[in-house]
Write a protein that binds this ligand. Structure first.
Ligand SMILES: Nc1nc2c(ncn2[C@@H]2O[C@H](COP(=O)(O)OP(=O)(O)OP(=O)(O)O)[C@@H](O)[C@H]2O)c(=O)[nH]1
Ligand SMILES: [Mg+2]
Length: 290
């Protein structure tokens, strides 16, 4: 039996969460076209008769500007420390490899590293070939492969390479576990995903979601969540004219959560203003950013 931690790193928006979902074959991590969507380390567990892969999605690597960012980068650091195999994800739609290369070289990883060039569906063959050849020459790179995570293209090939690099060992988790995080966490994430989808500019970045109640009743699950923003004006934008904004958000989030739980839910959302929560240790802890 082989077992170990495969941790994914890269710039914001490279497709790390999309890759985690593609490898797991189900949607666990939230995705958006905006940068800085993922704020936590999210472990997805893939167990077969031959191996157990514990795959970690991490926040995109950035220079921290406020305390929330520092917590996000701490999640990256933790994942750097326990990786058995590291995936460094490069976005082929970037104009060249230099930004990714700068980040990858600075990580100074001591474990096997697979550099994955993602989004082959968006670029020409020449750019893909040039990126692969560039990364294969780097000292940190054990092997490089090109994929389109969104289409699960080449992900079987990738799984084969990953399992080859995995150490021998016994499973860390039960065979039917798919993650180490509670359902409540994913409920909050799905609401956050819809905020990234439905609101523009600074709104998603000033917002977090706190699931206050998750009660399984006989016919449905009752969920109450707070949407936390930093300013009154942001509360107004979330609510929208005559409450149309929050209504649309509630409907979109409910559909997503029902699909995830396979069960009907009753979802109640409140918007609360907590000035400067992103820089406040007590609030950050309360909202799950440890
Ligand atoms: N065309 C194309 N788009 C992709 C591919 N993989 C991911 N994307 C898109 O890239 C965007 C970012 O994807 P995410 O998976 O959220 O990226 P991330 O690296 O997790 O981003 P952060 O959490 O912000 O660090 C989304 O719009 C995805 O649909 C791919 O293979 N091809
Ligand atoms: Mg992500």
């Amino acid at each position: 039996m082989k077992a170990g931690f495969v941790n994914i790193f890269g710039k914001p928006n490279a497709g790390k969460s999309t890759l985690l979902n593609a490898l797991l074959g189900e949607k666990l991590a939230i995705i958006s076209s905006k940068v800085q969507t993922t704020r936590h380390r999210i472990k997805g567990i893939l167990t077969t008769k031959e191996y157990q892969l514990i795959i970690s999605d991490t926040p995109g690597i950035i220079e921290p500007k406020y305390k929330l960012h520092e917590k996000m980068m701490r999640a990256v650091k933790e994942a750097l420390e326990d990786a058995d195999v590291a995936i460094l994800l490069h976005d082929l739609t970037d104009k060249d490899t230099s930004e990714s290369h700068g980040i990858f070289a600075a990580l100074t990883l001591k474990v096997p590293v697979l550099v994955i060039c993602n989004k082959t569906d968006k670029v020409g063959k020449e750019r893909t070939a040039a990126a692969i050849s560039f990364f294969k020459q780097q000292s940190y790179c054990t092997d490089a492969i090109a994929i389109a995570a969104i289409k699960s293209h080449q992900t079987d090939e990738l799984l084969k390479k990953l399992t080859d690099l995995l150490p021998e060992g016994q499973p860390f988790f039960a065979e039917d576990d798919i993650t180490d995080l509670p359902v409540r966490f994913f409920v909050g994430e799905m609401i956050r995903e819809k905020i990234y989808e439905l609101y523009e500019e600074e709104i998603p970045y000033h917002t977090t979601v706190l699931v206050q109640e998750f009660k399984e009743k006989s016919t449905l699950v009752k969920i109450q969540a707070d949407i936390i923003v930093q300013r009154d004006t942001q509360k107004g934008i979330i609510l929208g004219e005559k409450g149309q904004g929050i209504k649309a958000l509630g409907m979109a989030a409910r559909a997503e959560i029902e699909k995830f739980l396979g069960q009907k839910i009753f979802l109640e959302l409140f918007v609360k203003v907590k000035p400067k929560w992103r820089d406040n240790d007590i609030h950050l802890k309360e909202y799950g950013y440890h």
